[in-house]
Write a protein of this length. Structure first.
Length: 215
């Protein structure tokens, strides 16, 4: 039986997910009753992190779109079994950078494989597990790419190297997912200052799940 809380943070490249995670996680640690686990996808476990390196390596230009989608699903399965499910069974809180929504947006729409096909692959991978609550950080695709070019000092990954049209398809898919799942997916304007975004994320979680927080 899963007694924990599964929260994901989603968004197109350049939306600031990592920065928001860095700021939000310690706040939740201080204020929540349960242990909170920070993790990410692809990755989060030793095997899944190795798959992540294969997927995102810019040198792997020849990787087929369906190979990419299957590798994401494989990493997700291992992460689920090793990290997510055991902690949810303990009643802990999971704060995860990306989950199935990312695959639907990036591989389903960005790669044009088809959202339904990607959903089928991930239904098998996750056995139907869905986050309880998703924060979607929204930003225009061109602005997101400008942020990456401006702020990323290290090497960009294979997906970040894709052109504007790819990233526009990704964002459009995210917006459709948010529209179709209003009770789970909560959209936040990521063009705002980082503190405003973090404050909005925290307020939404606390308002929705007050029983998980200290009085």
């Amino acid at each position: 039986m899963l007694n924990g809380l599964f929260i994901t943070i989603e968004g197109p490249d350049g939306a600031g997910k990592t920065t928001v995670m860095n700021e939000l996680f310690p706040i939740l640690q201080r204020t929540m009753k349960k242990e909170i686990i920070r993790t990410r996808e692809p990755g989060g476990s030793q095997i899944a992190e190795r798959i992540r390196k294969i997927i995102l390596d810019p040198a792997h230009e020849e990787m087929d779109e369906r190979t990419e989608a299957l590798l994401y699903a494989a990493a997700r399965r291992q992460h689920l079994i090793e990290v997510i499910l055991p902690n949810l069974e303990k009643g802990n809180v999971i704060l995860c950078d990306r989950f199935v929504d990312s695959s639907l947006a990036y591989q389903g729409s960005g790669r044009r494989i088809g959202v339904d096909k990607i959903a089928q692959i991930n239904e098998f991978s996750t056995e139907g597990l869905s986050p309880d609550f998703t924060l979607y950080l929204d930003i225009d695709s061109d602005e997101g790419l400008r942020r990456i070019a401006r702020n990323r000092s290290g090497q960009v990954d294979r997906l970040e190297l894709e052109g504007l049209e790819f990233h526009q398809r990704v964002r459009h898919s995210y917006l459709k997912l948010a529209e179709a799942n209003p009770e789970r997916i909560h959209t936040i304007n990521a063009k705002q200052g980082i503190q405003v975004v973090v404050d909005e994320c925290f307020a939404l979680i606390k308002e929705t799940y007050p029983n998980f927080f200290e009085e």
